[in-house]
Ligand binder design. Structure first.
Ligand SMILES: C[S@@+](CC[C@H](N)C(=O)[O-])C[C@H]1O[C@@H](n2cnc3c(N)ncnc32)[C@H](O)[C@@H]1O
Length: 269
């Protein structure tokens, strides 16, 4: 039987855009024996939603305070503890999902440093290959009043000066090549101007990097890890393959699909 996710169902505050995204990703596995971990239980409404949606799923919640909804179902389990306590997370995984989680949703602290510890620990140790990790409400990093957020300020652009330097170096280079007679002096000037021109291309794009926003932007580097560690690109460490198969960022949610077994095999991590 096909069930759909509807905002307000069981009292959850997850909006319809969030739920439509979940539906798109989860509908194929709706009737399978999945194991779902949600960090952040609050009143347990989302645990009831998942229990109803995944007809054969085991639903596990983690929060500083349990809600008591586990008493209403034999398929819901609650654990009390902090999401950043990695020993506690190992205990939860050992007791509730020794073979790993299929889906992990982080809807707990929404604090960058804390979510980062949780993410890498659960992703590396307890999310199944091919599993899905969701980070909710990453845009708290734009909120000035949020504990690690800050109001968005457009970063100062260095792009205005760079094209000028480039253009100037290019003109001087052309002038030197056509007007100076060959010799050591000409060679040195051409080489220097060439270096200035090249350096003017190496541009950084500074961007907002507070709290969850900074954490999410950092994750993008994982998709380039094979380039970062490529011996052909000058890396001295063994080359690694991305642990992410795919990363999708929406307004409020980030979805990360873990690489599957064949992609992960041979990785030294
Ligand atoms: C937004 S609510 C969760 C709502 C729930 N997922 C839902 O959709 O109905 C956030 C919850 O995270 C919990 N929380 C905050 N910081 C936490 C931490 N460091 N470790 C574990 N839980 C935490 C809070 O106690 C709160 O119940």
């Amino acid at each position: 039987m096909k069930r759909t996710l509807v905002a307000g169902q069981f009292g959850t505050d997850k909006n319809q855009i969030y739920l439509d995204n979940y539906e798109r990703l989860f509908s194929d596995i709706q009737n399978e024996k999945i194991t779902l971990l949600e960090l952040g239980i609050f009143r347990g409404e989302s645990l009831l939603l998942w229990e109803n949606y995944f007809s054969q799923g085991t639903i596990i919640g983690v929060d500083i305070h349990a809600s008591g909804v586990a008493n209403k179902s034999s398929r819901i389990f609650e654990f009390e503890g902090y999401q950043q306590d990695t020993d506690f997370l190992d205990t939860v995984a050992r007791e509730a999902a020794p073979e790993g989680f299929d889906i992990i949703i982080d809807d707990a602290s929404h604090i960058g440093d804390i979510s980062k510890i949780t993410f890498w620990h659960l992703f590396d140790n307890h999310l199944k290959p091919g599993g899905i990790y969701v980070i909710e409400d990453w845009r708290t990093g734009y909120w000035d009043k949020w504990v690690d957020g800050a109001r968005y300020k457009k970063a100062k652009e260095s792009n205005i000066i760079r094209p000028c330097i480039y253009e100037c170096a290019e003109k001087c280079l052309n002038f030197t090549k056509t007007n100076l007679k060959g010799g050591r002096m000409k060679q040195t000037i051409v080489s220097c101007l060439g270096k200035v021109k090249k350096a003017s291309y190496k541009n950084r794009f500074p961007s907002h990097d507070f709290g969850m926003v900074g954490f999410v932007k950092e994750l993008v580097d994982e998709l380039g890890i094979d380039m970062i560690t490529s011996p052909e690109r000058g890396s001295t460490v063994p080359q690694q393959q991305p642990r992410f198969k795919r990363m999708e960022i929406g307004p409020g949610q980030v979805f990360i699909i873990k690489s599957d077994d064949s992609e992960l095999s041979g990785m030294i991590r």
